[in-house]
Write a protein that binds this ligand. Structure first.
Ligand SMILES: NC(=O)c1ccc[n+]([C@@H]2O[C@H](COP(=O)([O-])OP(=O)(O)OC[C@H]3O[C@@H](n4cnc5c(N)ncnc54)[C@H](OP(=O)(O)O)[C@@H]3O)[C@@H](O)[C@H]2O)c1
Length: 258
């Protein structure tokens, strides 16, 4: 695995001010976060599983905004691949200041139509990578006594309610929230914060066409959120002002699911 996009190898290797690794950063919310950080001069490593073309386009946009970019193909459901991913980024730029666990696919299927493979996929792609990657980035962050880890739940995952149509995804996201709090507690002594964003319905391109429109009437704010709404929340959690905020879940849902 591993593929660097660069129009100037020397420039890419120049020490960057801050370094973020964003899983699923080729598209959707992860891409929005990458572009926001790029505009502030960060170095961004994004990883993708299948969307090589989208990843290339994102890295081009990163460099156009003044950031440095690296696109790596990595399936984050594979623990060895996660270790390799972190090693590649640390080798390239010397450190990882921020880990954003953006990858988090879902499928909507009635529980008794779910297959064992589909069930396992939800945990393998949503929950397990947070453990694999946190474990891999923590040593470097501990050495520097600074780090930020962002995870993604979903707005109603802390309610622990019945979910007949998205059961495995929901349980995986509830697990992400518990893992987030656990990591926050363990890493706070080393200056590392770990927080979850809990989106409601965000127009990130991942939902099947039409699914979002039908949800609008259930959202108290009366509209579907944009990627920029999530980016603003992440910007806060990465800021120095949020240094004492850890183990929390920040809902970005216009009141849905709270
Ligand atoms: N959008 C929403 O309304 C919403 C609501 C609640 C929660 N969330 C959460 O917010 C996060 C971002 O959501 P999103 O809608 O922007 O993104 P998304 O569509 O869920 O995922 C973005 C990217 O993740 C990558 N990905 C999936 N599995 C992967 C794996 N095993 N290894 C590497 N990459 C993988 C996919 O890359 P490839 O295309 O290359 O496969 C995809 O392009 C997710 O965790 C999601 O569950 C979103």
């Amino acid at each position: 695995m591993g593929r660097a996009m660069s129009n100037d190898a020397d420039r890419q290797r120049r020490p960057a001010r801050r370094v973020a690794l964003i899983t699923g950063g080729a598209r959707g919310i992860g891409k929005g976060i990458a572009l926001d950080l790029a505009a502030r001069g960060w170095a961004l490593a994004i990883c993708y599983r299948t969307s090589a073309r989208d990843a290339d386009a994102t890295i081009r946009a990163v460099t156009e905004r003044g950031g440095q970019g690296l696109a790596l193909c990595c399936d984050v459901s594979d623990p060895a691949a996660c270790d390799d991913l972190v090693r590649q980024v640390e080798t390239r730029w010397g450190r990882i200041d921020v880990l954003v666990n953006g990858a988090g696919p879902y499928h909507r299927v009635p529980l008794f139509d779910e297959t064992p493979a589909g069930w396992n996929d939800m945990f393998a792609n949503n929950l397990h990578p947070v453990f694999y990657l946190a474990r891999a980035v923590a040593p470097g962050m501990k050495t520097r006594k600074h780090g930020r880890i962002i995870t993604f739940g979903m707005a109603n995952a802390d309610k622990m309610e019945a979910q007949p149509m998205v059961t495995a995804h929901y349980i995986a996201k509830a697990g992400v929230l518990i893992l987030t709090k656990t990591l926050a507690k363990l890493l706070a002594p080393d200056g590392i914060t770990v927080n979850a964003i809990a989106p409601g319905f965000i127009d990130s391109g991942s939902a099947p066409p039409g699914e979002l429109d039908g949800m609008t009437r259930h959202i108290p704010a009366g509209y579907i959120g944009g990627v920029s709404d999530v980016v603003s929340a992440v910007r806060y959690l990465l800021s120095d002002e949020a240094r004492y905020v850890t183990g929390t879940t920040l809902h970005v849902s216009g009141g849905w699911g709270v």
